[in-house]
Design a protein. Structure first.
Length: 212
């Protein structure tokens, strides 16, 4: 009788542990399916000009947990319109994936400090912080860097280049993650943000007539 009394709680505990383990595995499977829908972020493409999905080219370089991501997208629109769209801070929130707030908090010369709040999918919460843009409109390029961000030190360089009757958006990111998350999650998140932003830019511009 005593043996049965001891055995029943043990079996209940074992079942509970097994149930929690199954739920954890299911959650991880769903997270991986959402965060990394394509297994292209862990390796560079074989050649810089090879197309990959919505990208003209992509390249990934890793150094420990730090990495550099070089992406090129193509837009069928005038380069000046592409550049103007990417630095239109009044309407940029509508194009950036999961962006819930975007306000210019400081403006001086060719620099803009922007407060941006976004929902970070793999963290499951909304986070905000200041980023600094440095604009070079004559050269159709700009740089962006995070300011005192607890998640990562991130610097982006954007160059808008004419490509025949189209435009190439050249994007280069230097990333030093601070969070203890699998590095492929950060790589996938940054790449997918760029791809989604380019889709939004294309949707806005490619149906418009080219400016003279």
């Amino acid at each position: 009788m005593k043996r049965k009394k001891v055995l029943i709680p043990v079996l209940v505990l074992a079942a509970a542990v097994m149930g929690l383990f199954v739920l954890w595995m299911q959650r991880k499977a769903v997270e991986r399916e959402v965060l990394v829908p394509q297994e292209v972020v862990r390796q560079p493409v074989p050649s810089a000009g090879a197309p990959s999905g919505d990208l003209v080219s992509e390249e990934l370089k890793e150094e420990g947990r730090n990495f550099q991501l070089h992406l090129v997208a193509e837009v069928r629109a005038d380069p000046r319109m592409v550049y103007a769209t990417l630095v239109d801070f009044e309407h940029l929130k509508e194009l950036i994936p999961d962006c819930t707030q975007l306000d210019v908090v400081e403006s001086s010369g060719n620099k803009r400090v922007v407060y941006m709040k976004r929902f970070i999918l793999f963290m499951g919460k909304e986070m905000g912080g200041n980023v600094e843009y440095t604009l070079y409109p004559e050269e159709m390029k700009f740089e962006m860097k995070t300011l005192r961000d607890p998640n990562a030190n991130l610097t982006e360089k954007w160059v808008i280049e004419p490509a025949g009757d189209k435009t190439h958006v050249v994007y280069h990111a230097d990333v030093a993650p601070k969070l203890k998350v699998p590095i492929f999650m950060a790589q996938a998140w940054i790449k997918e943000n760029f791809v989604d932003l380019m889709k939004a830019v294309k949707g806005r511009l490619e149906t418009q007539p080219a400016s003279g």
